[in-house]
Design a protein around this ligand. Structure first.
Ligand code: C2G
Length: 129
């Protein structure tokens, strides 16, 4: 079973790790699409602390991850699912319902987020110290 997930994964933390571990447990091959710096800036209004190549290198080194690809726009998901023969699309439940259009192409799973940890909170905590 081939699994696909998307994310920024800036300042990699335990919530990200839990998401990747649970995603991999759904199958035997996990592809992670990582948002490029340009996509984050233009579409999510987000400036990452770590550039794309660092985030991609870190996520690609996690033992649950088999492959890393770039997420460069909102409209690539159907193509990614079809071209990579994906069985399950997975993402955290902060995105609940948002990617249901993929159900036509594969199974769609929203996993519960890890409580109490986020990149934004971490950045704010560091700034306030
Ligand atoms: N996550 C989690 N628990 C947290 C924080 C994040 O389970 N405490 C999950 C998110 O739900 C997501 C993944 O970790 O599935 C990556 O989170 P982000 O880096 O915040 O990714 P995001 O910017 O939401 O990008 O096209 C979809 C997007 O690229 C998703």
């Amino acid at each position: 079973m081939k699994i696909l997930t998307y994310g920024t994964f800036d300042l990699f933390h335990i919530g990200h790790l839990n998401l990747l571990r649970r995603s991999k447990a759904l199958g035997n091959h996990l592809t992670v699409a990582i948002s490029t710096d340009d996509f984050n800036l233009k579409s999510k209004n987000k400036v990452c602390a770590q550039p794309y190549y660092e985030r991609a290198e870190i996520v690609g080194s996690i033992k649950y991850v088999d492959e890393v690809i770039a997420e460069t726009n909102w409209d690539q998901k159907i193509k990614d699912v079809v071209e990579n023969n994906i069985d399950v699309f997975v993402i955290g439940d902060d995105w609940e319902g948002k990617f249901d259009f993929l159900k036509e192409y594969c199974e769609v799973v929203y996993l519960p987020r890890t409580e109490g940890v986020s990149t934004t909170e971490r950045k704010n905590e560091i700034i306030s110290k």
